[in-house]
Ligand binder design. Structure first.
Ligand code: ADP
Ligand code: MG
Length: 695
């Protein structure tokens, strides 16, 4: 055993036996430090006792196919590797695996490069559900582990940890690295308050346990993240996160904010801009925002509300409050389509006062853009609507007092830092249409205050939701027919296709869908939009749909965010199984905005519990809760853009109780002040916290 000399912050490259090429693979997978390496836990634990003989596959003991989706594990020798190209250019890799008792087929689709990895005569571990094929049971796209030609027993212990693949680094090499790391580690300091870690193992013990579970461990609790070691890591992750958040909030509240001078009179006046009366919780939200703007502190507020609840209107009022008292307010949105749409909405609301309104887009012509920037700099423009992208550039404001961010949180955090560096510290309002349960929101968006719109504007009719298998897709088209006949419009949504990702070609993609629809609706104007097209093209096509020149819009999820076309009353989503629940709910929110009842149809061959939930649930909060239960919060929020934390072990929904508890302790502790060591620790735990956040 090595003398302990490394810390969790040490780079993996300090491990002996890690060559440059392996180090590069780890880098590619964002594994830089020992912490990164050790916190990537096995995603599954296999029990030696559960290995199946190939001869007994399909028997009661080794999962009858079709009845359950039980996962089966086998080990065998690769006896044949066949590459098959079908008529449609589709690739199938067929591998035969044998042992003394029988053989089984293992199939991979459109991954021809895998053929190289499977070598005849070598052994492989296969793990996945069994499917009934034409000639017996088979594995389709299972998890696999190449064991090489060695016949030595893979199971040194009863329980075998299985890791997600790291390119060419096999589980075996990885286990070795992990063992080296564990041996070399100096036990990390305990940063959790006693109340949070009492009864739980320490960090090192937990990691050891999870990477090398002793023979007598409980397999179910390991596989369900319920072991004490899991609890420990979850608590640690959520506590350090909560510290970071509490610290950020504490810092903000100690800054002086620009006080917006406002009056009841102004509030009355603003109301007259509106074509309808606010719902009770729209009114409450507006009041909460107005109070913040006057408070002399810096506002950081989250405005939540189900899709269609009328967040834009509240944002408008907040912006008007600033703009009508001499300041500037900016609304940042993720797409140009949305920017133009908000611009049109604001134009209507402002009427003849629209000259104080300014659009700012990346796609603007140079002269136009220059003028826009000048108007912003001179203060002539008071209401500024633009895409996030353009705000990354240098925009000089005369007196920016309020920023409203629609839909993308991460943008807010980073942008705010940049602006602060330039000496601007405006009030900040973030709008999210991904409603999450209040207690969870409090914990995750801990550095924000919260306003929630709880009801939909009056007169909304619930959207009728239906589900058809691909075989019955014609029923969906018949629905569209009926809607078109009465002058309404339709969306058809297809999953985005990435041509780089060959595994997806089996899907009916956007173009195929467009062709199919043109055949089915020969006399109808159809256009398609997707994220890869030029922004002007997309804008033109959207415009034609908005003005009713196009009847069917075939789209990827680019229309998910905020697009508002009241005459579009039906939406069909193909391959619904490829979308998250909240995403489907967002999509559904695009229809049923006008006087007609909307129809929402999902087409899928997987009639899962997940999709069925949408048929009965209409409330975004309930759907989000369900969605969170079904997957990790990271996926849920679309990690990359959301800026919400991606927890490694914790799951914000499942672990809500722990999160709430951690938040409480963290807030108390931040009041006492953090030590320099603790600040370093938080940054090691959560790379998205900058030094400026944690003080
Ligand atoms: P979201 O919260 O999804 O951003 P929007 O702000 O786009 O919702 O509003 C959805 C629709 O509801 C818009 O057409 C808007 O004009 C309308 N709306 C908003 N508030 C009210 C209200 N108080 N009464 C009636 N209609 C409203
Ligand atoms: Mg919106």
């Amino acid at each position: 055993m090595n003398f302990p000399r490394l810390s969790l912050a040490s780079l993996v490259s300090t491990l002996r036996g890690l060559g440059a090429s392996r180090a590069a693979v780890l880098q590619d997978h964002e594994i830089h430090t020992l912490r990164d390496l050790l916190w990537q836990l096995p995603f599954r634990y296999l029990d030696r006792g559960s290995l199946c003989d190939l001869g007994s596959l399909g028997s009661q003991h080794c999962s009858m196919p079709g009845t359950t989706r039980t996962l089966v594990t086998v080990i065998g020798t690769i006896s044949q590797v066949k590459s098959i190209r079908t008529r449609f250019g589709f690739h199938i890799l067929e591998i035969h695996l044998s042992d003394d008792t029988g053989f089984v087929k293992v199939l991979f689709y459109n991954q021809p490069y895998l053929a190289k990895s499977f070598k005849e005569g070598e052994r492989a571990l296969i793990f996945g559900p069994l499917t009934q094929g034409k000639y017996g049971v088979e594995f389709r796209v299972p998890h696999y582990e190449l064991l090489g030609s060695s016949t030595e027993d893979l199971f040194v212990q009863r329980i075998l940890p299985i890791y997600r693949r790291l390119g060419p680094i096999t589980s075996k090499i990885r286990s070795k690295l992990i063992l080296d790391a564990l041996d070399a580690l100096h036990p990390p300091e305990e940063h959790l308050p006693l109340h949070l870690h009492r009864g739980l193992p320490d960090e090192l013990q937990s990691l050891r346990f999870l990477h090398q579970p002793p023979d007598d461990s409980d397999l179910a609790s390991l596989n369900e993240d319920r072991s004490l070691a899991h609890q420990r890591l979850i608590t640690q992750e959520l506590y350090s996160f909560s510290l970071g958040v509490a610290s950020r909030r504490d810092k903000r509240l100690s800054r002086k904010g620009q006080a917006v001078v406002t009056s009841d009179q102004l509030r009355e006046q603003l109301r007259t801009y509106l074509p309808f009366t606010l719902t009770p919780t729209q009114r409450r939200s507006f009041k909460e925002i107005a109070d913040d703007l006057r408070s002399g502190k810096v506002m950081n507020r989250l405005l939540q509300g189900d899709v269609g609840s009328g967040k834009t209107l509240v944002a408008f009022l907040a912006m008007a409050m600033v703009a009508e008292t001499g300041g500037q307010a900016a609304l940042l949105v993720p797409t140009e389509v949305l920017a133009r749409q908000h611009f049109a909405t604001f134009q209507k609301l402002l009427g003849e006062r629209s000259n104080s309104l300014q659009l700012l887009l990346g796609g603007m012509k140079a002269a136009e853009k220059k003028e826009a920037l000048l108007r912003i700099q001179s203060g002539e423009a008071r209401y500024i609507i633009g895409t996030h992208a353009i705000f990354q550039e240098i925009v000089k404001f005369k007196s920016l007092q309020l920023v409203v961010v629609d839909e993308q949180h991460r943008f807010g955090v980073r942008q705010r830092e940049m602006m602060k560096e330039k000496g601007i510290d405006p009030h900040w309002l973030v709008m999210s249409a991904t409603p999450i349960p209040r207690s969870l929101a409090m914990a995750i968006w801990g550095d924000h205050d919260h306003s929630t719109i709880e009801e939909l504007p009056p007169g909304r009719q619930p959207v009728k939701s239906l589900f058809f298998s691909r075989e019955h897709a014609e029923e969906a088209w018949a629905y569209i027919d009926r809607h078109l006949k009465t002058g309404q419009q339709a969306y058809v949504v297809s999953p985005a296709i990435d041509p780089q990702d060959e595994s997806k070609v089996v899907l009916r993609d956007l173009q195929t869908m467009e062709i199919l629809l043109r055949k089915r609706f020969p006399k109808v104007m159809i256009e398609s939009v997707h994220g890869k097209m030029k922004s002007e093209d997309m804008t033109d096509r959207m415009k034609r749909f908005v003005f009713g020149a196009t009847q069917i819009l075939v789209a990827t999820t680019v229309i998910e965010v905020g697009v508002d076309v009241p005459n579009a009353t039906i939406m069909v989503v193909d391959h619904a199984e490829r979308f998250g629940l909240s995403q489907l709910h967002q999509l559904r929110g695009r229809i049923g905005r006008g006087d007609h009842a909307g129809v929402f149809i999902m087409i899928s061959d997987q009639e899962s519990e997940r999709l069925k939930a949408l048929l009965t649930l209409q409330d975004g909060f309930a759907i989000a809760k369900k969605d969170l239960e079904l997957r990790q919060s990271g996926d849920f929020f679309g990690t990359k853009q959301s800026g919400l934390p991606t927890f490694i072990v914790a799951n914000a929904s499942r672990d809500e109780d722990i999160l709430t508890k951690c938040k409480r302790y963290a807030e108390d502790h931040v009041q006492e002040g953090l030590s320099p060591k603790e600040r370093l620790w938080i940054r090691l735990e959560h790379k998205n916290f900058t030094l400026a956040d944690i003080s």
